[in-house]
Design a protein around this ligand. Structure first.
Ligand SMILES: C[S@@+](CC[C@H](N)C(=O)[O-])C[C@H]1O[C@@H](n2cnc3c(N)ncnc32)[C@H](O)[C@@H]1O
Length: 265
């Protein structure tokens, strides 16, 4: 609900701090931190913040246009415990998230990247999962959702190495309409939605997680180009452009999946 202008919040993280982020400073209060990666228009981020005033909620996306939209909506709803930032999910976890400092990580409908030239931009990789495990508090939760069967099959294959994995049948009980914009669009087209959540495995050290990640296959699955129409629909129907970039000098294809650098402890 939009609140009186005098109560509007300032949720934009415009200048991203260097190095590891101090959550208490960033949110101006201590509270459990929950991150929504690839938040798009912010429907899920706002949902988390509205339903959990006891959390500090961060939504991130690589597209400034969607973050601007999400920020405006969060500001107008007075969500003083929410922050929105333009940054990639992997970069965030790799460079800025202190060890075991996040209570939940959510990622709804990561870009499938149908074109084989861009599969290396897929977010969910074994290395990303090892970083997610490192970011989460022991027993912290990773929530994943997609409408892409190929992505889901891959997720189901690799996630259990790092997380005790549970598939969620049916919609999330707290949001029967759908937690995200993409979910609502996919459901309106009669597509299945795959949902799951995992608890970070206890006793898995960063070194072990990295070693395990190196044994797992990269996400080179076939995302089925026939499903690409959904991305177009998402682009056409509003403020959240789903990006499958065309090749350009600005977006050259990456040559190989990079391993995260080893961290001194
Ligand atoms: C298919 S949309 C889904 C948006 C939203 N989560 C939803 O379900 O409606 C995927 C989003 O992920 C973002 N994205 C793609 N790669 C990303 C990355 N490496 N880090 C963060 N966001 C990313 C895109 O800009 C896009 O907004």
């Amino acid at each position: 609900m939009v609140v009186d202008e005098s109560l509007w919040a300032r949720t934009a993280l415009k200048r991203l701090p260097e190095g590891l982020w101090n959550w208490d400073e960033l949110f101006a209060r201590p509270a459990p931190v929950v991150i929504d990666i690839g938040c798009g228009n912010g429907r899920s981020t706002l949902h988390l913040a509205v339903n959990h005033p006891e959390w500090n909620v961060l939504g991130v996306d690589i597209l400034p246009v969607v973050i601007r939209y999400a920020t405006r909506r969060a500001n107008q709803r007075g969500l003083v415990h929410a922050r929105l930032a333009v940054i990639g999910g992997r970069e965030l976890l790799e460079r800025h998230v202190p060890l075991h400092s996040v209570t939940e990580l959510h990622c709804y409908h990561p870009q499938p990247f149908y074109d084989q030239r861009f599969v290396e931009r897929r977010l969910i990789t074994p290395e990303f999962l090892s970083l997610a495990h490192r970011a989460l508090v022991p027993g912290g939760r990773l929530v994943l959702q997609t409408d892409n069967p190929g992505y889901w099959k891959y997720i189901s294959q690799v996630v259990p190495t790092f997380f005790d994995w549970h598939e969620q049948s049916g919609t999330w009980p707290d949001s029967p309409q759908g937690r995200t914009r993409r979910e609502i669009i996919a459901r309106s087209k009669g597509l299945p939605i795959f949902r799951g959540w995992g608890v970070a495995r206890y006793g898995l050290s960063w070194d072990e997680a990295l070693a395990q990640a190196r044994q797992l296959p990269p996400p080179t699955f076939d995302a089925d180009r026939r499903l690409q129409a959904l991305d177009q629909l998402e682009r056409d129907t509003g403020e959240s452009p789903a990006t499958e970039p065309r090749p350009s000098a600005k977006h050259p294809p990456r040559r190989s999946f990079r391993k995260p650098p080893r961290r001194r402890r």
